[in-house]
Design a protein around this ligand. Sequence first.
Ligand code: FE2
Length: 181
Amino acid sequence: MSIIDRMIAAVTPPESDEARLEARTRATRAALPGDWLDQILQHHMDIEDALADVRAASDAASRTAQLKQLALVLTGHAIAEEAVIYPAMANVAAKGHAGMGYDEQALVKVQMALLEKLDPMSQEFIEKLDHIEGAVKHHMYQEEGDWFLELKDSASVADEVLLTRRYAEEYERYVGAPSLA
Ligand SMILES: [Fe+2]
C-alpha cells in the first residue's frame, strides 16, 4: 500500500451503514426542494450509482466508460463544494471542517488519477476503487451527518439563496446543465 493508500485507509468508514443512513435521513429532512443541500444529496446519490456502475461493468471498455462518468460527477461535485460550500463552512463555528473537506477531496482526486492508469479489469483496480469508495462514503457521512447541518443552522435566508445558486452554477459549469428529457 502506498502512503496515500494508507492515508485513505485511515479514513475509511469507521461508521456503520445504519449510521450513514441515519445521517442521510437527517440531511434529507433539513433540505428544501432544489436548495443547495437537496442538490448535493442528489449528487451524492449519483456518485454512489456511478461507483456501483464502475464495479458492475463486465469488460474493460465499459468499465473505462463508467470510470469517465464517475470522474465527471465526482469532480463536478467536488469543484462546486470547494468553490462555494467549504468557503461558507470556513465562516461558521467549526472552521476545521472546511480544511478537512478540502484535504479529503484532494486525496480522492489523487486516487482517481492513479485509478485511471490501472488495468480496469485487474484486482489492483478493484482494491483502489474500494479505497476510493470508502473514503468518499465516509466524507459524505461527515458532510450529511454534521458539517452541512451546521452550515444550514447558521446560514441566513440570503446566504441560502446565494449558496443554492452558486453551487448549481459551479456544478453545471463542469458537468453541464441537466437535460430536460
Ligand atoms: Fe459532498
